[in-house]
Design a protein around this ligand. Structure first.
Ligand SMILES: Cc1cc2nc3c(=O)[nH]c(=O)nc-3n(C[C@H](O)[C@H](O)[C@H](O)COP(=O)(O)OP(=O)(O)OC[C@H]3O[C@@H](n4cnc5c(N)ncnc54)[C@H](O)[C@@H]3O)c2cc1C
Length: 449
């Protein structure tokens, strides 16, 4: 059963979510798995399979190359209603999986902050959710998948069959080949609702105390104010939730109606407007602790309510900075980085703080590692944003952390190679015909053709 697409059809140029950098690549949309070798044959500057372009930087881009959008290859292949094991082509989106699975009493095992990503994209970046502490990352819930190389050879990959290819492809950024289909282990639910709590905190110590207090709760995430200083430094809201155990109707989600209609002027997001937003957001929750039942949509996907919200940042786009710093330096690193951001004068209203647990990722190049994870968006102001990103990347390295390729447009080659020391081992699994602008930027390597 192929699914109807819920978002606009693919038109060039193919953009990543940050809209920076912007390149004109040739697009060869894929509808049938077997067409992959022909779609990329003769691609002069290499090729890359892509999903919904929900990565922020250039991991899903290829300057002057051939991009192969996979969202037309989105058939549901099998579903076991007893076990929740779903098999689908890799271009299916998590939104489409939810539309199918929720009415049948199942939910995704791990979900990023948007459901408009493909199954293949979620594996290729080994994405994480608000439940990393208890479930690990996406790849931990993928028993097997098929990998097709550019020459058309197919390989079944699991922890038993071709385990090295399995490890290289989870978090492998699309560089080992095309994931044609994959299995995903869904989790049972009896309700769409989430038992939600929101708790205000002041500072990283209070955030860590809350995390400890609620360590058995499945989902935790915090919004943090990264503009305020003094007594409001690192204030935020700790949000937690579990799937409700009280059965209720499992209907599908209506399609979103709101679309951000135009590119906002660059000055719309400035320190004053973000500071105002942060104060309103912090006090939106009138009490320091609220409890309520909340539908899963606003809990997991508050940003999906407005399609194309990235246009709010104007034509120049946005940069995202996202790190994971191990526990040893997590607190001091996070405080130092928050101070550096406040000092820069650049403002971000989307600043998210989470923790990663110690369930190891299965991917050779996966981003998650136990400790604190912090992510924030910046508008692009060339003279300020790029030097700041460089400094923040260096600080992340000093504190023993790493940046997330899926969100990156700025890390340098030396930073990447220090963050991901297995990169040379990984490059042995790279398909000679595939590359990305990210890979070329951080390794200097292109295709072998
Ligand atoms: C609002 C928002 C919130 C987000 N929240 C989170 C979060 O909480 N956690 C998180 O981890 N990420 C998060 N992300 C990032 C997003 O989940 C990842 O970048 C995801 O990989 C995007 O999937 P996609 O289908 O859009 O793939 P694309 O961005 O198009 O591509 C991503 C990578 O997957 C590869 N790829 C795609 N399809 C295939 C295939 N069939 N075979 C082989 N390789 C393939 C591409 O080559 C590329 O390297 C968020 C993004 C947004 C916009």
């Amino acid at each position: 059963m192929p699914f109807e697409q819920q978002t606009t059809p693919i038109k060039p140029p193919f953009e990543s979510w940050g809209r920076y950098p912007a390149y004109d690549a040739t697009l060869k949309p894929l509808h049938w798995q077997g067409d992959f070798p022909a779609a990329i044959a003769g691609a002069i500057s290499g090729a890359l399979p892509v999903g919904m372009g929900r990565s922020y930087g250039d991991v899903c881009l290829l300057k002057e190359g051939t991009l192969v959008p996979t969202i037309g290859m989105n058939r549901l292949l099998d579903f076991n209603a007893e076990t929740g094991l779903l098999t689908a082509e890799a271009g299916i989106t998590l939104a489409q999986i939810l539309d199918f699975a929720v009415p049948r009493g199942y939910f995704l095992p791990v979900t990023p902050g948007t459901k408009y990503v493909t199954l293949g994209g979620a594996i290729a970046n080994d994405v994480h959710g608000k439940n990393h502490d208890v479930t690990g990352s996406f790849g931990n819930h993928v028993p097997c998948f098929e990998l097709m190389r550019s020459d058309g050879t197919r390989m079944l990959c699991s922890q038993r069959e071709n385990p090295d290819w399995f490890a290289a492809t989870i978090g492998g950024m699309g560089l080992t080949g095309l994931i044609t289909w994959a299995q995903l282990r869904l989790q049972p639910i009896v309700s769409r609702m989430i038992d939600y709590q929101g708790i205000q905190f002041h500072g990283i110590d209070e955030f860590l105390d809350l995390k400890k207090q609620y360590e058995n709760v499945a989902y935790t995430v915090s919004w943090v104010d990264c503009v305020s200083t003094g007594k409001n430094f690192a204030r935020g809201i700790f949000m937690l939730g579990d799937h409700s155990k009280v059965p209720s109707e499992l209907k599908t989600t209506p399609k979103p109606k709101l679309v951000f209609p135009f590119n906002a002027p660059g000055f719309a997001l400035n320190r004053a407007s973000v500071s105002l937003f942060n104060t309103l957001f912090f006090h939106k929750q009138m009490k320091s602790h609220v409890k309520m039942l909340q539908d899963y949509e606003p809990f997991f996907y508050p940003l999906d309510k407005v399609l194309h919200w990235n246009r709010m940042y104007g034509k120049r786009g946005l940069l995202q900075f996202q790190y994971a710093i191990p526990w040893e330096h997590a607190k001091e690193g996070t405080e130092a980085i928050l101070k550096e951001i406040a000092k820069s004068g650049l403002a971000s209203f989307l600043a998210v703080l989470k923790t990663f647990g110690d369930i190891p990722s299965l991917g050779m190049m996966s981003f998650p590692q136990a400790g604190i994870m912090f992510a924030l968006d910046f508008p692009i102001k060339p003279n300020v944003s790029f030097p700041l990103m460089q400094r923040l990347g260096d600080m992340t390295l000093e504190f023993g952390g790493r940046l997330y390729p899926a969100k990156d447009a700025c890390m340098t080659a030396s930073q990447f190679q220090a963050f991901y020391p297995k990169w040379q081992q990984f490059s042995k699994y790279k398909d000679p015909a595939l590359t990305s602008s990210f890979w070329e930027r951080v390794t200097g390597e292109g295709t072998a053709q």
